[in-house]
Design a binder for this molecule. Structure first.
Ligand code: HEC
Length: 488
């Protein structure tokens, strides 16, 4: 519901901004045709030029983008050290007479004065927008923590809402974009769009969601993807396994489908994680039906599931023999679990889930247990009323840690290796709401404390460890993935 309200607010803002844009007298210049086809779909070309710049958007793409970047990255990157001046007159001069000795051609012959002025305004405006859009990155490139300083190295801007990240043995990275696209980031930093991705319902919290490799990926090549699958006016959380050949997904098989479908567009859950024995764990949210789904075993929603890598259900699942229960259920009574990680050393399954208003939970998932939603909770309704006064009950497990107010957790990693010193073994929980990560200090499966780190990095959607031991943080608005590099 909170996510829903946020969405409503942003929809309102968006339509308001659009309305403001479209009521100006100059209609937006739509550039579609004469832009060269990009071999890099991850690099979006602005479709509509800002109002009032004449043909500048088109001219820029045609004459300038090859050197200065499709989105003026080259200019933006050198904001503080514009060598030839940032005033309008200086920019006009640069364009007109060029900086020939530096490799900047003169364009006096190419454009009329009017067109050069439009270009100068267009660039100035672009830089301003870039600066306004990227405050967190600019403020937060270097982060101080209890454990030293870290630098956020930008590694990808391919996805708008980077939801899932998986690292291939080759050093390449798979990235899912919630709006339905998927990318392969190559080791040289470029990205290609992956084809044959399942059709998703990209609405509200739904879309293309998590991605995970099979533990034996090197030999069997299976990639697991969760997404919002549509049927008529309803949708559900589904999981496929598939293989990547070139930039195509092939051999795709559906291995899990949460039932029933619902006409809501939120609480899909959908994190994927393999344990040390090769079982696949899948989280599914309550789909906004808290009084129907999480406490009943006859449906898949509000549950953590355990299945074999090909979708078969293990015989020793806790409710495999129980009449009218879904056999894949491993634990129940969950709200919207969007974080899951299994400790490689101990096998402990850590899960986190969004609470209502307050009461986000960090749980250790145990076979057959009930985590209490919505019977017990530390949260209250969004409108401030309470729905339960109980935080404890026999037969229901309490969280290891909980957050009031809600941090809106999404994505989780466990720090492995030596790169981050004594952080090894701690959990990282991404906060969508507060633009930071929570380092949950864990020793022998006990939560000892927490530290807010990487403050202002952006609206954090996910956090993962790469096989070579670096923390990768995915943020949205705009979508970026950072590698967190220790500075000693
Ligand atoms: C062939 C590559 C190339 C093309 C095409 C090109 N530029 Fe440049 N531009 C450069 C180089 C190189 C510089 C100098 C950067 C430096 O001195 O550090 C430069 C500098 C500039 C500057 C001054 C930036 C500063 O540091 O003060 C402006 C403004 C500029 N270009 C605008 C444009 C515009 C507008 C177009 C398209 C009409 C364009 N450029 C096309 C290569 C190019």
């Amino acid at each position: 519901m909170k996510e829903f309200l946020l969405l409503m607010a942003s929809c309102f803002l968006l339509s308001y901004c659009n309305a403001v844009k479209t009521t100006t007298t100059n209609p937006p210049v739509v550039i579609t045709d004469s832009i060269p086809e990009t071999s890099e779909p991850s690099d979006p070309i602005p479709i509509v030029s800002p109002d009032g710049f004449g043909s500048a958007a088109l001219d820029y793409q045609k004459y300038c983008a090859s050197c200065h970047g499709k989105e003026m990255e080259a200019f933006a990157d050198q904001i503080v050290k514009w060598k030839h001046g940032t005033s309008k007159v200086e920019i006009i001069k640069s364009i007109k007479v060029g900086i020939v000795e530096e490799g900047m051609p003169a364009f006096a012959e190419t454009f009329s004065n009017r067109e050069i002025i439009d270009l100068a305004n267009y660039i100035r405006n672009g830089i301003d927008e870039w600066e306004a859009e990227m405050p967190s990155e600019k403020e937060g490139q270097i982060f101080e923590t209890e454990n030293g300083r870290y630098r956020a190295e930008l590694v990808s801007t391919a996805a708008d809402i980077p939801w899932g990240m998986a690292f291939l043995p080759s050093g390449e990275m798979l990235i899912t974009d919630r709006d339905g696209d998927m990318y392969l980031r190559k080791t040289d930093g470029t990205s290609v769009q992956i084809q044959n991705v399942p059709k998703v319902r990209s609405k509200n919290q739904g879309g293309l969601l998590d991605v995970e490799l099979h533990p034996n990926y090197e030999t069997n090549k299976w990639i697991y993807i969760s997404y919002s699958k549509e049927k008529g006016d309803k949708a559900t959380t589904a999981v496929i396994r598939t293989q990547l050949v070139g930039n195509q997904l092939v051999e795709t098989q559906e291995i899990f489908e949460a039932l029933p479908y619902w006409n809501t567009n939120y609480h899909y859950g959908s994190r994927l994680e393999f344990d040390n024995d090769g079982y696949l764990f899948i989280t599914v949210g309550d789909r906004g039906k808290r009084d129907v789904n999480p406490q009943n075993l006859d449906n898949h929603c509000g549950k953590v599931h355990r299945i074999h890598d090909d979708g078969r259900i293990p015989d020793d699942n806790p409710f495999a023999e129980k009449a009218n229960a879904k056999a894949s259920i491993y634990s129940y009574g969950h709200r919207n679990p969007q974080g899951l990680i299994i400790d490689k050393k101990t096998g402990t399954i850590w899960e986190h889930e969004h609470g209502p208003r307050g009461g986000d939970e960090l749980n250790i998932i145990k076979k057959g247990e009930n985590y209490g939603w919505p019977v017990i909770s530390y949260g209250i309704n969004y409108n401030g009323t309470t729905f339960t006064d109980k935080t404890k009950m026999d037969g229901m497990l309490n969280p290891e840690n909980y957050w009031v107010p809600s941090i809106a957790p999404c994505g989780m990693a466990q720090i492995e290796g030596e790169k981050y010193g004594d952080w090894e073994g701690d959990l990282l929980v991404a906060s969508l709401r507060f633009n930071y990560l929570v380092r949950v200090i864990v020793k022998d499966d006990v939560v000892l404390g927490e530290e807010e780190i990487f403050k202002n990095i952006g609206r954090v959607r996910n956090v993962r460890m790469s096989p070579d031991g670096f923390i990768y943080v995915a943020v949205e608005d705009p979508g970026r993935i950072f590698k967190m590099v220790p500075m000693g």
